[in-house]
Design a binder for this molecule. Sequence first.
Ligand code: SF4
Length: 228
Amino acid sequence: MRVCVLAHCKPPMTKLNCDRLRLQPAAVGVPVKVHRTLEGLLTAVRACRACDAHLPLGPRPVLQAGATTRILIVGQAPGAKVHASGVPWDDRSGERLRDWMGIGAKTFYDEARVAILPMGYCYPGRAASGDLPPRRECAELWLDGLLARLPRIELTLLIGQYAQAHFLRGAGHASVTATTRDWRAHAPRIIPLPHPSPRNVAWFKAIPWFDDELLPVVRRNARKLVYG
Ligand code: SF4
C-alpha cells in the first residue's frame, strides 16, 4: 500500500480513500514519491488550486523554504501587493519585520536561511475591514508535510492571531497582545509577535516592553541563526 507522506492519519490513508486528496485534485495527480522531498512538495503546493472558487484573484501560493533553514516565519496570508509580486513580505510590513529581525532583504529572501510559510499561501480577498482570514485548506493540506521537511528550524516567529492559535493551541492567550506579552513562556524556540503592519504602529509605541525587551531578543536570536 502506498501511503501519502503528507498525512499523519490513523489508519494511514491511501490515494483511494484520502479525504485530503479528494479535496485537492491537483495533489492527487502528483505521484506520492514526488512529495518525498521538500522540492517536490513545494512544487505540488505551488500548483495547488484547492480553493480556486473562493479566491478573488485566483490561486498564487507565496511561500519559501529550504531544507537547511533555521528560522521559520509563520504569518497570516499574502496581501494584494504580495499576490501581485509573488514575493513574500514584499511590502511595508516586511520592511518592519526585517528591521525587527535585524537582517537585510538579501538574507531574508535566502531560502537556505529563512523559511516563510504563512497560514494561508494565497491572497484570500478583502473583508469589511482588512483582508479575509487565511484559507484553512493550506494548513489542512500542506503544513504538516512542509514542517516535517524543515528539520533544522531553531526559531519560529508566530506573527498574528492565526499563526499563534494554530501553533500554540491551548498555550496561548485570548489576544495577540497577551500572547506576545507572555513570549518568555515559548522562547527561545518560538516567539509570538504582532503583525508588523503600519496599522499597528500605535500598538508598538504604546507598549514599551515590546521595543525594550522583546525585539532585542528577536534580533539577537535571528542574527545568530542566519549569520552565526
Ligand atoms: S490558499 Fe492554500 S489550499 Fe487554497 S489554493 Fe492556495 S495554496 Fe491551495
